[in-house]
Structure formats: structure tokens, C-alpha cells
Design a protein around this ligand. Structure first.
Ligand code: AMP
Length: 221
């Protein structure tokens, strides 16, 4: 099954992606994580992308599309994939559709995760992430047991540079201007399933898994 997780930054896509991946065993492909790894490793792609990311802007389509297409050709994507943070523009969505058609595949569903901008601001400014294992915490809602330390692996937690209030505002603007039109794009293709994540990620995950169960059963011969 090939899925897209759509939604503004801070809506809980990463947490939901981990739950979906664990439940149905498909590859989790996060373009944000891929860029962050490239930046950490000092690759040419990381060097090109870092300025955009630090300012909360989207990395240009040309770089992002190429990186994603290379990733989708890896073996672990053969059994299905979950795209998290991609596509973020109509051009990326068109490129994805053309690429998948070329390899005889398609997107089965787009899960659109929704949250009010005020809640997003609150969640992202309190978010702390583990640079080692990727676990995510929230100082108000889900703090680590020991302040500043990852419960899972004991690494010091980080406050992502792009989770600072002024950068969050730029990221939300980019979302509304460039990514939100994808809701209509995928609704017109009959693929959009919307979820209001104000209820919390646990409940949303259960709703998603139930819908995917129905979808999986419907697509089996
Ligand atoms: P994320 O972790 O998904 O919030 O992504 C962090 C940052 O990486 C974004 O604010 C963008 O600067 C960049 N980024 C991630 N995915 C994309 C994409 N599909 N297109 C352009 N920029 C992206």
C-alpha cells in the first residue's frame, strides 16, 4: 500500500507515521528527516538545503523531487511506502504521479492530518526531539522522564532550529500557500481522507488503521 501523510508541520505526522509503519510494515519516508541527515553528514545536498530549512522555507522542487525519486527506488519501498512531508507543492505531486505511473504504481490514499494553527504553534514551540533515535517529546503534553534526556536512548534532546516561534510562522505560511492546495488536488482524485487530530494521535491512529483495513480489503481481488 502506498500512502501520503499530508498536513501542516506540527500536526503529529511523525508520531502517526511511526504507528502506521509499525502496524502495516511499510517504509516510512520523511523528506524532512532525509534533509536533516544530509545536513548532519555535510553532503552537498545538505549544504544546499540547510539555508532554506533554517529559515522555514521549502527546499526547491528540483532538489527535493530528485532526492525522493532516488529514495523510492530502494528495496524497502517495494512492499509499499508512507510519504511524510512529501509532496508539499503541486509540482511535487505531479512529479510523483508521473514517476509512479512510470514504474506501474499509484498512491492508494492520502491521509490529511488537520490541527488549528494556534495548537500547532503551541506544540512545535514545546517540541523536543532526540537527534539519535528520532523520539519526539512535548514539554507540556509528553515531557521526557528526566528533563532534556531521551527516555529511549539517553541522548540529550534538541530544540529544532526551525521549531522557534519566528520560523514556525514562516513554515505555516509556506504550508497554507503551497501545500494546502494539495487537499483539493487529491480530493478531486478521490484519494483524500481527512482527520482532525485535536482528539490526539492515539485516537487518530486507530481511526486511520480502521480505514486502511477497509481500504486494503477493498483492493484485494
Ligand atoms: P519537516 O520535518 O517535514 O517539517 O521538514 C523540515 C523542513 O525540510 C521543511 O520546513 C522544509 O524546509 C524541508 N522540506 C521537507 N520536505 C520538503 C518538501 N517535500 N519540499 C520542500 N521542502 C521540504
Amino acid at each position: 500500500m502506498n500512502l501520503i501523510l499530508l498536513g501542516a508541520p506540527g500536526t503529529g505526522k511523525g508520531t502517526l507515521a511511526a504507528g502506521i509503519r509499525n502496524a502495516i510494515g511499510i517504509a516510512h519516508v520523511s523528506t524532512g528527516d532525509m534533509f536533516r541527515h544530509n545536513i548532519k553528514d555535510g553532503t552537498p545536498l545538505g549544504k544546499e538545503a540547510s539555508g532554506y530549512i533554517a529559515h522555514g522555507e521549502l527546499v526547491p522542487d528540483s532538489l527535493t523531487i530528485r532526492m525522493l525519486e532516488e529514495r523510492l527506488q530502494r528495496d524497502d519501498c517495494r512492499k509499499g511506502f508512507l510519504l511524510d512531508g512529501y509532496p508539499r507543492t503541486i509540482a511535487q505531486a505531479d512529479a510523483l504521479a508521473a514517476f509512479l505511473t512510470g514504474v506501474g504504481q499509484k498512491i492508494d490514499a492520502v491521509l490529511d492530518i488537520r490541527l488549528a494553527d494556534a495548537t500547532i504553534q503551541e506544540r512545535l514551540s514545546g517540541r523536543r526531539v532526540c537527534p539519535s533515535c528520532g523520539s519526539s517529546y512535548n514539554l507540556a503534553a509528553r515531557p521526557p522522564k528526566k528533563p532534556g534526556i531521551c527516555d529511549t536512548c539517553g541522548t540529550a534532546l534538541e530544540h529544532r532550529e526551525d521549531d522557534r516561534p519566528e520560523t514556525i510562522a514562516v513554515r505555516l505560511m509556506a504550508y497554507h500557500e503551497k501545500t494546502r492546495p494539495l487537499e483539493d488536488y487529491y480530493a478531486a482524485r478521490g484519494l483524500l481522507h481527512a482527520y482532525d487530530n485535536e482528539v490526539g494521535s492515539e485516537i487518530t491512529l486507530q481511526s486511520i488503521l480502521k480505514a486502511l483495513g477497509t481500504l486494503g480489503a477493498a483492493s484485494r481481488p
